[in-house]
Design a protein around this ligand. Structure first.
Ligand code: NAI
Length: 301
């Protein structure tokens, strides 16, 4: 098979019109691609289109999109429930459907039936193994993870994660396309549970939950400590470069007495379990570590 170049890509099939899928569809359309927005029902498509229109209004207000571009962007998004119509015309397929391995495997097998030999496949799984997803395909080498961060219309990062059978051309093309549509794509060397971003996020959260559970500081204090120190620094220089700048001998010293005192999963699971059992799920239930009743939090999300 000849590998596609970035300039060969004109049409995207975007499977799933939900939280993530509507946002990726809009992103591609904003950058001039024709996008087939695929979902299982007209109702789901209408919901996705409403989300897209809502995001567009935000982008217009923030001058990210100009008034004279709006009609053209929307015209480039073609909603459909017809897999054959969408996939047969697509150069690149991005999938954001339910996080279920069997369902994703079945959908990608269906995609492969209708796709041309060159079409590149990207799954926006949060954490399923790309090796497992690609394992049922005749051409597994052309499937890769493109893991967007929610809200995908605002967060720059896309983790590009190969399965064991993904080829270099697929990784290179997917990375180039994500960068071309305004994202910051970073390709990993190989897959791992949680990829990289979620591994680090959960390591930090595990310690933050322990600090709260042990009564060292309350949730607002923990958040402020991060916001006014590491958060600020890490937005400029990542943690590993920060360690270099601080001196690895200093970090060796700190780690020699601190590692042993840090949280283990056995310590923090009970706190999360208790809160979930009590129905304290965060914004969606009106209360988590913080009170989110009424309009609180609306300006953040
Ligand atoms: P969602 O539930 O908001 O949307 C899923 C959409 O896929 C729905 O509109 C549903 O009707 C549609 N769908 C289901 N089966 C389909 C099929 N066979 N063909 C076409 N459309 C189908 O879910 P969400 O949150 O957008 O998640 C989608 C994927 O993105 C999941 O794999 C999730 O793990 C991943 N993800 C989610 C993030 C999040 O924060 N929500 C962040 C990063 C990745």
């Amino acid at each position: 098979m000849d590998s596609l170049k970035l300039s060969d890509i004109k049409t995207i099939a975007n499977i799933g019109a939900g939280t993530m899928g509507h946002a990726t569809a809009l992103q591609f359309a904003m950058y001039g691609y024709h996008v087939y927005l695929l979902d299982t029902t007209q109702k789901a498509l209408n919901h996705g289109l409403d989300l897209i229109k809502h995001d567009l209004q935000t982008f217009l207000g923030a001058n990210i999109v100009q008034a004279d571009e709006e009609t053209d962007i929307l015209a480039r998004i073609i909603p459909t429930t017809d897999y054959q119509k969408a996939i047969s015309k697509a150069d690149f397929v991005i999938e954001s459907i339910v996080e279920d391995l069997t369902v994703k495997q079945l959908v990608w097998q269906k995609v492969e039936q209708f796709a041309s030999d060159e079409t590149v496949f990207a799954t926006n799984t949060s954490g399923l193994s790309p090796t497992a997803i690609q394992s049922k395909l005749h051409h597994p080498e052309r499937l890769v993870v493109a893991h967007f961060w929610n809200p995908a219309q605002l967060m720059p990062l896309v983790e590009v994660v190969p399965g064991n059978l993904t080829n270099e051309a697929t990784i290179t093309l997917t990375t180039a396309l994500m960068n071309h549509v305004g994202k910051h794509a970073i390709a990993l060397k190989r897959e791992s549970l949680g990829f990289v971003g979620n591994r680090i996020q959960l390591a930090v959260l595990r310690e933050a939950f322990k600090i709260v559970k042990d009564g060292i500081a309350d949730p607002a204090a923990v958040d402020d400590i991060i916001k006014y120190s590491l958060g600020r620094r890490w937005s400029l220089v990542g943690p590993i470069a920060s360690a270099d700048l601080g001196g690895l001998d200093v970090f060796k010293n700190i780690s020699s007495y601190l590692y042993a005192d840090l949280a283990s999963e056995q310590e923090t699971d009970p706190l999360l379990e208790k809160m979930v059992d009590e129905g304290r799920l965060g914004l969606k239930s009106g209360e988590g570590f913080f009170d989110w009743q009424g309009d609180k939090g609306k300006e953040i999300v």
